[in-house]
Design a protein around this ligand. Structure first.
Ligand SMILES: [Zn+2]
Length: 352
């Protein structure tokens, strides 16, 4: 398994939290993504090639221990270590990238039915890459005397506390290098291997009976912050990967899937600010096709609002004005426009 069925369902279904306006056409996917979140685990039962796709014992790579990185192509890893070593230690990052490539070619072929299934698998592998015990040789605690922690953490604990795993979305952008992106989150998530082990040590100290409610709640209390963060990051990464695959495939318009999902005209259209990049001021334009309450803000890359431009009901029409950014420092910002139903984002670059 891997995050258990409950965890995978949650991560795949939360993909829509980060949808931008362009991705709203994928709303009809969300249920399917969730329903098929564990297909990849089920395939292990009949496909012998499937199991190594769900993990990587990255700490068996000596260069990971010394430099924190490993060869990032499958062929590079095989030429450095031999294919027995590579497959024995799991091929999760490359399985993730393969699922991404398959998704992208489905978009290119406009094969929407298959695309959603590849996106479901992609979500599964992304989620596995955010489950710390799927990226270490100490995957079941054998190396540290924490035997059995794998299912206690990913299934018993997650099933008990799933209702407390709530989070919100983040801004998405196009990923410039998908291979690097996947390896980066795996390298980064590796730090939580130690945290999971520490959580188990903490909880067994409180009650050595791993079936007791004291043990379970202690495990959760110790690990909930980083567990929720890992879930959030996994859902966000899945959204960004789907978005990037779709952009790379030329942003094809999805077929309307019947009258249940009519393509509705957007209420609001936000233009890219001009000039961009800019230094002291930039022009913002948007149009409304009905009277609507809107919130127009400038946010920093952490998502903090740095300027609130409008928070009011506005009438139908076109709007254009300059925003003064003299008080902001150089960097990337997001211009966001929200209505009750829509969320639009433009990236702005401030250069002094
Ligand atoms: Zn898995």
């Amino acid at each position: 398994m891997s995050w258990g069925g409950t965890g995978h369902y949650k991560i795949n279904s939360a993909v829509s939290l980060s949808f931008n306006q362009e991705m709203n056409q994928f709303s009809s996917w969300v249920e399917t993504l969730a329903d098929h979140a564990s297909d990849a685990d089920i395939r292990k039962q009949w496909d012998n090639n499937e199991a190594p796709k769900h993990y990587i014992d990255i700490d068996n790579y000596s260069e990971f221990i010394s430099n924190g990185t490993i060869p990032q192509t499958l062929s590079g890893a095989i030429s450095a270590h031999g294919s027995t070593f590579v497959y024995d230690n799991g091929i999760l990052p490359w399985a993730t990238i393969t699922a991404y490539d398959s998704l992208k070619s489905c978009f290119e072929r406009l094969d929407w039915d298959k695309a959603v299934l590849f996106a479901s698998d992609l979500g599964h592998y992304v989620a596995d890459g955010h489950m710390p015990l799927h990226i270490t040789r100490n995957y079941d605690g054998d190396y540290t005397g924490n035997d059995g922690i794998h299912s206690r953490f990913e299934s018993t604990m997650i099933n008990t506390y799933i209702s407390q795993i709530t989070y919100s979305g983040d801004y998405i952008g196009e990923i410039s290098d998908v291979n690097q992106y996947v390896f980066d989150y795996i390298y980064n998530n590796y730090q939580y291997v130690e945290s999971v082990i520490a959580a188990d040590d903490y909880a067994t100290n409180i009650n050595s009976d791993i079936y007791s409610s004291e043990y379970k709640s202690a495990l959760w209390n110790y690990s909930k912050n980083f567990t929720i963060l890992l879930f959030k990051n996994a859902s966000h990464a899945l959204t960004e990967l789907i978005y990037t695959a779709w952009l790379q495939a030329g942003s094809p318009v999805m077929n309307p899937t019947g009258i249940d999902n009519p393509i509705t005209e957007p209420t609001v259209v936000l233009q890219q600010n001009f000039p961009n990049p800019f230094s002291n001021s930039t022009k913002v334009q948007f149009s409304l096709n009905q009277n609507t309450k809107i919130i127009l803000q400038v946010k920093d890359i952490q998502g903090n609002t740095v300027v609130e431009i409008i928070n009011d009901v506005k009438s139908e029409g076109n709007y254009s004005f300059d925003i003064n950014t003299e008080n902001l420092s150089s960097g990337i910002y997001y211009l966001t426009l929200d209505t009750d139903k829509e969320h639009s984002v433009k990236q702005m670059i401030l250069v002094r």
